[in-house]
Design a protein around this ligand. Structure first.
Ligand code: GDP
Ligand code: MG
Length: 370
């Protein structure tokens, strides 16, 4: 609702301004037609005329729960786990992500062209695993700061020749705070000076105790450069996913989180969305963070055009009229008018907020400096 003048309220209620002014006088408020009314007065007067004011449509966080369709337990289906990789700098996060993708994505899938859309899926034993290709910190801090929980499992990469380092500890603390299960990938085991046992010992101090030592943390020795241990790592991910019983309802309007977004010269705003519930379809009216639009085209992680994307699927989307931010949430609306109304309201609110806080340093900025 925000604030309205007496005249604006009169128009909304299809009453004359003098009728509104009279009502206000009845409430002990003397007002002219250009006077701005507060929320309570607006509600009281509207109520007097038999109109219930809807709660504010413009909200800081996209209030998914308020608009999404309820899940019928019968509609819930198993979904792929969403995995992020964290760890100290140079311990091999990027190499491992590339290594998993190389060993698992067949070249024939898209004529050998692999796209960078910030996330990808691989298959192991006929089951899918989704990897978010975002820096671990960004995935956790921005997404969590916005209340989004996109990660189901985190892989903590620790180089076997270097051991536990400050960012290893930081990463495991993030994962613990988010209550996300951790699988430890002890990397660089191909190196001569690799010492996986030392990594286990050091992590024991942080309550990550290997199963072999009576704990319940899964450790996998890998080599990101030669692909060693990657199959086992994927199997362990699927095992943890099974324990977590990850489920989603594919048969409703889609909802999820922005993985990354940018302005493309030719295509306009382009966003990689991770569908978390429901199925996203071409043509869907959608509100994404503080922007909105209609899904014009969708591209999969291997560069194929798709018309639908179900739970745990990352997909690159065009058709938005602005560039959202990583960690923003999105929701499909049944009706384009509603999406537009909410989207426009949020866009205005975002602009106002931006004006007010230009000097604020975000958590992201801080992490980017590390
Ligand atoms: P990040 O900072 O965690 O993303 O680390 P990178 O993936 O960029 O790796 C840092 C360096 O370690 C690069 O030179 C990699 O080639 C090397 N590296 C990564 N994984 C392995 C591994 O399993 N074995 C060996 N020998 N080198 C690795
Ligand atoms: Mg890297």
């Amino acid at each position: 609702a925000g604030s309205l003048t007496v005249a604006e309220l009169a128009e909304k209620l299809t009453k004359s301004t003098s009728e509104i002014i009279k009502k206000l006088m009845g409430l002990g408020v003397m007002a002219t037609k250009n006077e701005e009314l507060d929320k309570t007065s607006i509600e009281l007067i509207a109520h007097d005329f038999g109109v219930e004011v809807e709660e504010e449509e413009v909200i800081d966080e996209l209030d998914i729960e308020r608009y999404e369709e309820a899940d019928d337990p019968e509609d819930l289906q198993e979904r792929a786990p969403v995995v992020t990789i964290m760890g100290h700098v140079d311990h091999g996060k990027t190499t491992l992500l590339d290594g998993i993708r190389k060993t698992k994505v067949t070249d024939t899938e898209a004529g050998g062209i692999t796209q960078h859309i910030g996330a990808y899926q691989v298959e192991e034993d006929g089951k899918r695993v989704t990897f978010l290709d975002t820096p671990g910190h960004a995935a956790f801090t921005t997404m969590r700061a916005r209340g989004a929980q996109a990660t189901d499992i985190t892989i903590l990469v620790v180089a076997a020749d270097d051991g536990v380092m400050p960012q290893t500890v930081e990463a495991l603390n993030h994962a613990k705070a988010a209550e996300v299960p951790i699988i430890v990938a002890v990397n660089k085991t191909d190196k001569e000076n690799a010492n996986p046992d030392r990594v286990m010992q050091e992590l024991t101090e942080y309550e990550l105790v290997p199963e072999a030592w009576g704990g319940d943390t899964i450790f996998v020795n890998v080599s990101a450069v030669n692909g060693g241990g990657i199959d086992e790592l994927l199997e362990m991910i699927l095992l943890v996913a099974e324990i977590e019983e990850l489920k989603a309802n594919p048969s409703k309007r889609a909802q999820g989180t922005v993985v990354e977004a940018e302005l493309d010269r030719g295509r306009g705003p382009v966003a990689t969305l991770l569908v978390q519930g429901g199925t996203l379809k071409v043509g869907d009216p959608i509100v994404v963070g503080y922007t909105y639009g209609r899904v014009r085209a969708m591209m999969s992680d291997v560069g194929l055009r798709v018309t639908e994307a179900g739970p745990s699927t990352p997909v690159e989307v065009t058709g938005l009229n602005g560039v959202p931010q990583a960690g923003d949430q999105f929701l499909v609306f049944a009706d384009e008018k509603k999406a537009k109304q909410i989207g426009e309201g949020r866009a205005i609110r975002a602009k106002e907020a931006q004006r007010k806080q230009t000097s604020r340093v975000s958590l992201d900025d801080l992490y980017n400096q590390i």
